[in-house]
Design a protein around this ligand. Sequence first.
Ligand SMILES: [Fe+2]
Length: 172
Amino acid sequence: MSQQEQSAVAAVTLPKIPSWDTDTLHVGADELDYVTIAEGVEVKVVHVDLNQGIWIVFNRFHPGAKVPAHYHSGQVYAVTLEGRWSYKESPEAVNEPGSYLFEPAGCTHTIEIPQDQEGPTVVWFAVHGVNVQLQDDGELDMVVDARTMLEGYRMLLGAMGKPAPKTLVFGE
Ligand SMILES: [Fe+2]
């Protein structure tokens, strides 16, 4: 292959490297507030990537709280920081501080927090895609994605008289 041909191939196949801003982005533990989204369920939205459909949140659950059955269109990564919880469908797998959970795309489950849990249960979730929330009778309740989560968070904070959150938002 001639040098000219090699250059032509390289021009086609080499990836374009974006010029990223190399500053890291930090959100302090107390820089964002939790909002209540259901009985005993609070959320703090720390990072949303609208281009990739990713939303990263901390959930704080109170003893006895429940998140009704929901279907994930994308995969989810979860790290439990405080308390304990499990799925109604697999109560033997208890999430507790330091445990890690991977939820594959296409899974459906129901979150339950033990009634006898002392103190809140705090979990970090990185969610891809869409959550389809179901009612107890299996009917559709609502669909949540990165944008609706961000907009809902802003709305609830606004209703509390809080200023615009310092959530990291990409793609807006
Ligand atoms: Fe889930």
